[in-house]
Design a protein around this ligand. Structure first.
Ligand code: LMR
Length: 366
């Protein structure tokens, strides 16, 4: 038998090394077990049911299904509703949704309005080239009266409604009338599209990233009388924030061309595409709901058409676009902004158009 002599230091070193390896293996095993347990215990969020009506739904649905509206871990159930002639094409959209294999999408085949948590009302008679929103009023008020009644009967009591179809503010008002059990603060219309358009125009003018521009305001109606206001808007620079008016340094452009480009953008798109905006409308509808549900970033406001409470001297009882901040699923009108004479006139002008639309809508319904 041969006995080898191993020096004491070397035995110590080997044992230490062995101990380290054992400890590392234990830690890694322990970590794997913890992760496995977490996966087993992971509670999936309850799905949110979203109703989408109308033709921009085709652009909107993939954005929602990818998590652009409610976040990447929020399962959704989509209910899609369209007018009878579109029923066949809706079947095609349903097939495509299955084929796209969106992991957040849960299948459901109940009636369109049943237990809906969020309703994006895009459906309506579309505006064609050369038509003003008022021209489509009589066709749309009856559609909205019917859809409001369906929501009233079947939707979740705290359902959040976004009206996109034109005349969006007045359609939202009709919906409010005929779905009285949905709280008025839950009925809104889309002016985020105009808000984003205003941000886009400023970013192009200044050649800055659109994400560095914030706090423009769309006041009033989603129509050619809306007032895109940059008096409180800023751009982020290396040294903090600079007022947009100062950065642009061209009041003539801001008070004229900028305003009319934003006001007429929808009509310009219809002229070019022979169809109304779909991609940007869908994307801004996602922005509207996302900020409403998940909150606006600190120090930033957005524009939403909401039920007027008399803020800024705007007659209550209109759905009017205001600057709002959102937190915990609730919007709040930004208060205390200074309004100059130029703005006052434009804000009142668009309010006046809404008052007229409201009485026209009422007359269409009687
Ligand atoms: C838009 O602004 O692009 C849409 O509301 C379409 C329209 O009718 O103006």
């Amino acid at each position: 038998m041969e006995i080898m002599f191993i020096p004491w230091e070397s035995v110590e070193a080997k044992m230490l090394l062995q101990k380290c390896v054992v400890v590392l293996i234990c830690v890694s095993l322990f970590w794997k077990i913890i992760r496995y347990m977490c996966d087993l215990l992971k509670v999936e969020k309850e799905p949110i049911t979203i109703l989408i009506t109308g033709q921009i739904g085709y652009a909107l649905v993939p954005m929602i299904a990818r998590g652009a509206m409610l976040g990447p871990d929020q399962p959704v159930i989509l209910h899609m509703l369209d007018i009878e002639p579109a029923a066949e094409s809706l079947k095609g959209v349903k097939m495509e949704l299955v084929d796209a294999a969106f992991p957040l999408l849960k299948a459901d085949v109940v009636e369109a309005c049943k237990d809906v948590n969020i309703a994006v009302m895009v459906g309506g008679f579309p505006r064609k080239e050369g038509m003003e929103r008022k021209d489509v009023m009589s066709k749309n008020v009856s559609i909205y009266k019917a859809q409001a009644s369906a929501l009233e009967q079947h939707a979740a009591r705290d359902c959040k409604v976004l009206v996109v179809a034109n005349p969006a503010n007045t359609n939202a008002l009709i919906l409010k009338e005929y779905a009285p059990s949905i709280p008025e603060k839950n009925i809104t219309c889309l002016t985020r599209l105009d808000h984003n358009r205003a941000l886009g125009q400023i970013s192009e003018k200044l050649n800055v990233h659109v994400g560095d521009v914030k706090n423009v305001i769309i006041w009033g109606n989603h129509s050619s009388t809306q007032y895109p206001d940059v008096n409180h808007a800023t751009i982020a620079t290396g040294n903090g924030e600079t007022p947009v008016r100062q950065a642009v340094n061209d009041d003539n452009w801001l008070n004229n061309e900028f305003i009319s480009v934003v006001q007429q953008r929808g009509a310009a798109i219809i002229k070019a595409r022979k169809l109304s905006s779909a991609l940007s409308a869908a994307s801004s509808a996602c922005d509207h709901i996302r900020d409403w549900v998940l909150g606006t970033p600190k120090g930033t406001w957005v524009s939403m058409g909401v039920y007027s409470d008399g803020s800024y001297g705007i007659q209550s009882g209109l759905i009017y676009s205001f600057p709002v901040t959102c937190e915990k699923g609730e919007w709040k009108i930004v208060q205390g902004l200074k309004i100059d004479e130029f703005s006052r006139e434009k804000m009142d002008n668009t309010a006046q158009e809404l008052i007229e639309e409201k009485s026209l809508a009422k007359s269409c319904l009687t």
